[in-house]
Each structure stands twice: as structure tokens, then as C-alpha cells.
Design a protein. Structure first.
Length: 278
């Protein structure tokens, strides 16, 4: 497939709304990816921008502040996290609204539960009506998860939601880091049923579409989604009917055989760019 320079896309294909993934596109665990801040500022001079992310470790204010510290001004209202699915996807919200929720994650994510109108957050599985997985922990993840998985075996009927479907992220060039979706898969393999919300699942993509419509944005090819995850890009194109662009050199796609990957799919991304650099 033809690779474009980002500036050629901006000059020639008429994009005016930019949906941007964060990890692996704008930044990684080492900091800002070179050129990304300038690209975001360029997008904002052209049209509207939204950070569309599976990050449920942090709330939108924190995500916006992190990107803004890198030199690209992002407002919290320009962040659309998969955590919004807890409130705005009907099926997912029915699982948590007015319920006692056990959260496997960090307190930074609690605003998503306030938005979803949960009854309360509890800290023991015996008090929970539903479990929501939002984030890996900063320290002691493996040990804590092993204990959690063992205790969860005593509550086999407890509903489980994974609010971030990412299995791995590229935390630094050539370095994959397992995130909460990886651990949700372990629970599935142990026989638990997990309800997933986030990219690339259509339930969250429809939430994204509804949010854009509420902001007065019509879905079409002048809306483009940029991500380092091929599956997410193809899903966005198919479900929302928008353009998709795979960022190939700064995240997960750099370590994939993209031509083989595309041969296995019935569709292809509209665009490929090396990085988010103008």
C-alpha cells in the first residue's frame, strides 16, 4: 500500500475532524513521540480534534493535561475514553448503573463510574455486584492479580467488564507492555465471562459516533481516525464509515507484517503514514 506523508493528507484529502489514539501515536512511556505536538497543533488549526483512547487508567482531565504538558494543548472535552462506555453504551451501563462495583484499577478512573451512576464502589469482592477492570497497577501487578484471580474463583457468577481491551501497548521502541486486556483474557481462559467495551468493539465505536454527532460532527470521509493498531483503524472505518490511517512506525504496527495482515482482512486502511509528523 502507498504510504503518505501527513502533510500530503492534510493538503489533498479534505480531512477536517481528527480522531487520534494516544499511546504509540502521540506518546509512549518514554515521553512525547517526536513531531506529535506540532501535528496536533496543525490539526487544531484546520478543524476539530478528539483523543480517542482505551486509556481507563486516567480520567479525561489527566489525559488532556499529560498531552498538553508535551506542548499540544488538549482540553478534557476533547478526550473520548473507552471509560465513557460505562455510561453511554446501553448494555454496559445496565450492568453497572445503581450497582455496587469492584474496580480493578486506580482511583484516577473513578469519574467514569460517577458518570455511569453506579451506586457505590466497593473494595471486597463479596460486596460486589459487578467487577470492572480498568488498569494494571503501578506496583505488584502480578502478585495482586494472582490473588484477585484466586479469590474471584469463589464468585464465578459475578459479571466482569473490561473497559480497556488493549492486550499490549508499545511502551517504548521495541518494548511491549501487557495491560489490563491481557489479564482479562487470562480470566476468560479460566472460564469467566468478560464483557468488553473499547476499541475495536462496535459498542464503544458507536459511543464515539454518538458523541461526535452530539458535537455537531457528521460522520464521513472528512473525519479520520489515526491509530497504531490496524484492527482499531479497520473497525472505525467499517462501523462509523469514516476514514482510517495506520501510523506504522511509532507503535504496535512497526512490529507487524502489515501486508500479510491486510491479506487476512476484507478491507484495508485508507491511509498509511510513518508517524504523526508534519
Amino acid at each position: 500500500m502507498k504510504r503518505f506523508k501527513l502533510i500530503d493528507l492534510l493538503d489533498n484529502v479534505g480531512i477536517n475532524t481528527f480522531l487520534i489514539d494516544a499511546m504509540g501515536v502521540i506518546y509512549n512511556d518514554k515521553g512525547l513521540i517526536p513531531g506529535a505536538a506540532a501535528a496536533i497543533n496543525k490539526f487544531k488549526s484546520i478543524g476539530k480534534i478528539f483523543i480517542v483512547t482505551n486509556n481507563t487508567t486516567n480520567n479525561p482531565t489527566q489525559i488532556a493535561a499529560k498531552i498538553s504538558r508535551f506542548g499540544a494543548k488538549i482540553e478534557p472535552v476533547e478526550v473520548v475514553s473507552s471509560g465513557f462506555g460505562l455510561a453511554y453504551d446501553k448494555k454496559t451501563n445496565e450492568m453497572v448503573k445503581d450497582k455496587a462495583v469492584y474496580v480493578f484499577g486506580r482511583e484516577d478512573c473513578y469519574s467514569y463510574f460517577e458518570r455511569a451512576k453506579v451506586r457505590k464502589i466497593v473494595y471486597n469482592l463479596k460486596d460486589a455486584e459487578v467487577v470492572v477492570l480498568t488498569a494494571t497497577l503501578e506496583e505488584g501487578q502480578e502478585e495482586f492479580f494472582a490473588d484477585f484471580k484466586k479469590e474471584l474463583a469463589n464468585f464465578s457468577g459475578l459479571p466482569i467488564i473490561c473497559a480497556n481491551p488493549d492486550i499490549f501497548v508499545m511502551s517504548a521502541p521495541g518494548v511491549e507492555r501487557a495491560v489490563i486486556g491481557y489479564y482479562a483474557k487470562i480470566l476468560e481462559e479460566a472460564g469467566h465471562t468478560v464483557h468488553w467495551i473499547g476499541k475495536p468493539f462496535p459498542n464503544f465505536l458507536r459511543v464515539v459516533g454518538n458523541i461526535l454527532n452530539d458535537r455537531g460532527i457528521s460522520l464521513g470521509k472528512d473525519v479520520c481516525f489515526f491509530d497504531d493498531n490496524v484492527k482499531n483503524v479497520l473497525a472505525m472505518q467499517e462501523v462509523l464509515g469514516i476514514s482510517g490511517c495506520v501510523v506504522t512506525d511509532t507503535g504496535l504496527s512497526k512490529y507487524m507484517d502489515l501486508e500479510t495482515e491486510f491479506k487476512l482482512k476484507t478491507n484495508r486502511p485508507d491511509y498509511l503514514i510513518n508517524s504523526l509528523t508534519v
